[in-house]
Ligand binder design. Structure first.
Ligand code: ADP
Length: 784
């Protein structure tokens, strides 16, 4: 081996990121004190150094242990320091030129740093052989592609690659430019056969090329997106400028006003994104186009929704009780349950998952109770009437693609309330219908379900709105028509109708003062005695609640106001005998009008969602062939009751002096007038039977009396439901006798004293007792 022209004992400069190959030049920046010490050592070795692959922190150990194996046998490059420039930041920049590949023979420790003795690596490089040409040309092609991808000019890259005339040099040149780490470079250096080295480099080159291509793709995609955005912004600015020129655009005022409002609205992240997107669209539209006005309306809805606004809950039970008492007479049990409910809410600290449902006839104060709950809690109150709602879109809104689309009534109600935690009354939930336009009840289920309503999605808004803080209160006249799944979710509070006594107190303490105030009257301007008020209640109203009463009082207040306006003296006195002149003829109970003395008429008591009713039942018999006709819109159960009553009478024919085959020679017609009252249920059985017997015997009932009770085929009288409403209806109609099943006697004890004082309740266990009482020789004595 010829002796090299450079010293063989050299200081080591470990490289971390790259490796130098012979005949190539590399700039290096030295910052470490050890590295700078190598420069001083190099001065002693004619500025030659050995560049090796950095082998971790243990290079320092190599200095302490001379036989450090990690350096022994290691490959590297002997280099000449061409230039050495200290920099302002304390580092030193050196320029090194690769001289020869070499291997470490010995490691020598010096106090000043690590020295190694190296020997040159024998290489068999030679000019290009013919057989290598295809590989070389392929590698050159790949190299060219890589350099151009990295931004080098193609002609320059080609000139450099073509200028390298041997396979080994080409391999070394590419290896150095492949951004390989020093260890990989050393592994390549170890391959002494130039053609093999070129093949290995070709593999690494293919890999690097692939990486560069992917990077290039990503970069160009990002660049395209950036360019598109810039282009859009540029075009938008231009468009604005043109509009400004044409006088169509009001100096960005609208856009900025919207932007500020959107930012101030406190929207959810989702709503904010949608609003900003719509605003961007709006900016591009012609400002007076129809579409722009649709977008504006939509943005207004989004902005005005109470995304964050709430009122602070006042869950003071004492105060709540005071408010409920101040607004409503009596209703003790309902008030108690409302206070229990508020108590639970105050413990939980939220109303989540609580839905109240107030059930009762119209005018008994369901809506005003809801209003009082809101007042007691310090919340806003909104009311949505569901009566006749058949279209799901009324709850959930129309999609914005529809012309004239609007949000559903829930969202409308919340915007109207202005807070996200109002008391929301869903009025007449039992009147909700279903048809081809969807099922509003299903949509309501979503509204009321605490699991789902945190993100209620209205079709118009198209972004989720949180309903979980809303306190929903539903009202219904009866639970019968409320979808089961809905009824299941709610806590039901039942309100029953008022007695005349209740109505008197309500009228005196609540309705009259309110009506007087509404009509501009002072407290002393209208005088009404209790007896006149009672007459008013009895003669001019026939209802379970007090709505009609309030209207009648309103009429009287208007009369008083006119009297005052005409200069009349105060107070305007209303006497019982003036009622007819002031209010017109009183209501007459049609069921009582023709009562006395007509055979075949009986009065039944019926329960309807609007309270109790007195129903007149008529039966007529005529010669015929045993036909039974039932008219008056009767339900199936009532028809069956009539059949059972007839069969029972046939079993008792002898007792009442009827021939045993009377049913074969007579046709029976049962009719129940008052077609508007829904008539079904078993409780008219007793009245049907009485009417039939009265018609067959041609004997009228001795006195006006009403009755309620289901009868069995064998004549047993069975108890009925809705007793309180029925009893109140009887009292309202001025009846003083009511025949009832023995099983309902307990309910009589629950009735207000005023009813039991005026109405006499006679109990029976069997129809024989009832018929004996009404038609027998010992009339009036047979019942219990
Ligand atoms: P509903 O919703 O049950 O049909 P409302 O709440 O509209 O009935 O009541 C009708 C009117 O009767 C309201 O003015 C209400 O204040 C009044 N009202 C009903 N019940 C009472 C009561 N117990 N005390 C005082 N006012 C009452």
């Amino acid at each position: 081996m010829t002796k090299p022209s450079w010293p063989t004992d050299l200081p080591v400069l470990p490289l971390r990121h790259t490796m130098l190959f012979p005949a190539m030049i590399l700039p290096l920046f030295l910052s470490d004190a050890n590295e700078k010490a190598v420069l001083a050592e190099a001065e002693k070795t004619e500025r030659y150094v050995f560049l090796g692959a950095w082998c971790g922190e243990d290079t320092t150990c190599a200095r302490e242990e001379p036989d450090q194996p990690s350096w022994k046998g290691a490959l590297g490059c002997v280099a000449l320091i061409l230039k050495n420039t200290p920099m302002e930041d304390g580092r030193v920049k050196i320029l090194v030129q690769g001289i020869a590949k070499a291997r470490v023979r010995r490691v020598m420790a010096r106090s000043s740093g690590l020295m190694v003795r190296v020997e040159p690596l024998v290489e068999t490089d030679m000019p290009l052989e013919k057989s290598l040409l295809p590989l070389v040309s392929k590698v050159r092609q790949m190299g060219l592609k890589l350099f151009t991808l990295r931004g080098m000019h193609a002609a320059d890259a080609e000139a450099v690659l073509q200028g390298i005339s041997s396979a080994g040099r080409l391999a070394d040149f590419l290896a150095m430019n492949l951004h390989l780490d020093p260890h990989q470079c050393c592994r390549l250096m170890a391959v002494v056969d130039p053609s093999e080295r070129l093949r290995a480099v070709a593999e690494a080159l293919a890999e690097e090329l692939q990486k560069a291509e992917v990077q290039q793709e990503i970069a160009s995609e990002a660049e395209t997106a950036l360019r598109r955005r810039q282009r859009e912004r540029y075009l938008r600015e231009q468009l604005k400028a043109i509009r400004r020129e044409l006088g169509e655009w009001d100096e960005d005022k609208e856009e900025w006003a919207y932007r500020e409002k959107i930012q101030a609205a406190g929207m959810s992240a989702e709503a904010y994104q949608v609003a900003m997107r719509e605003l961007d669209r709006l900016v591009l539209m012609q400002s007076d186009s129809a579409e722009a006005s649709l977008v504006r309306t939509y943005l207004d809805w989004l902005i005005e929704m109470p995304w964050q606004r709430t009122t602070e809950d006042r869950l003071d039970l004492g105060e709540a009780a005071r408010v409920l008492d101040a607004d409503h007479h009596d209703m003790e049990t309902v008030k108690e349950r409302i206070l229990d409910f508020l108590g639970a809410c105050s413990l939980k600290g939220s109303v989540k998952g609580s839905i109240l449902c107030l059930v009762g006839p119209p005018g008994v104060g369901k809506t005003s109770l809801g209003r009082s709950i809101a007042k007691a809690m310090g919340r806003r109150f909104v009311r949505l009437s569901l009566g006749g709602v058949r279209d799901e879109a009324e709850i959930r809104g129309h999609r914005r693609t529809y012309l004239g689309a609007l949000p559903g009534r829930i969202i409308q109600g919340l915007r109207h309330a202005g807070t996200k935690n109002p008391v929301f009354m869903l009025d007449e939930i039992d009147k909700i219908g279903t048809d081809a336009r969807g099922d509003p009840a299903a949509a309501l289920l979503e509204v009321l379900d605490p699991e789902q309503n945190k993100a209620f999605s209205d079709h118009y808004l198209s972004v989720a709105f949180d309903l979980s803080q809303v306190l929903f209160i539903a009202t219904a006249n009866s639970l019968e028509h409320v979808p089961l799944a809905l009824a299941d979710r709610m806590e039901v509070l039942t309100l029953s109708g008022y007695t005349d006594r209740d109505k008197l107190v309500i009228a005196r303490s609540y309705l009259l003062p309110r009506q007087m105030e509404q009509h501009g009257l002072q407290p002393g301007d209208l005088a009404l005695s209790d007896s006149t008020l009672t007459a008013l209640v009895r003669r001019y109203t026939r209802e379970s609640g007090v709505r009609q009463l309030e209207r009648v009082l309103g009429t009287l207040c208007r009369k008083a106001a006119r009297h005052r306006a005409e200069g009349g003296c105060s107070p305007f006195r209303v006497f019982t005998n003036r009622l007819e002149r002031l209010l017109g003829p009183s209501l007459k109970d049609p069921s009582l009008q023709q009562f006395p003395g007509i055979p075949g008429v009986a009065l039944a008591l019926a329960w309807t969602p609007h309270g109790g009713e007195v129903l007149r039942i008529e039966a007529a018999v005529m010669p015929g062939k045993g036909a039974v006709v039932l008219t008056g819109h009767l339900g199936t159960i009532m028809k069956e009751s009539a059949q059972a009553a007839l069969s029972f009478i046939r079993t008792r024919a002898g007792r009442w002096g009827l021939s045993s085959d009377f049913h074969e020679k007579t046709d029976v017609h049962i009719h129940v007038p008052a077609g508007a009252v829904p008539k079904d249920g078993p409780s008219a059985g007793m009245a049907l039977c009485v009417a039939l017997v009265s018609a067959l015997l041609q004997k009228p009932l001795g006195q006006p009396c009403a009755m309620t009770g289901e009868i069995s085929l064998l004549g047993d009288v069975l108890p009925v439901g809705g007793f309180r409403e029925k009893a109140l209806a009887a009292a309202r109609s001025g009846l003083d006798l009511v025949l009832i099943p023995q099983g309902n006697m307990d309910d009589v004890a629950q009735l207000p004293a005023y009813v039991t004082r005026t109405v006499h309740f006679k109990a029976a266990t069997h129809m024989d007792q009832v018929l004996g009482h009404l038609f027998g020789p010992d009339r009036g004595a047979a019942c219990v």
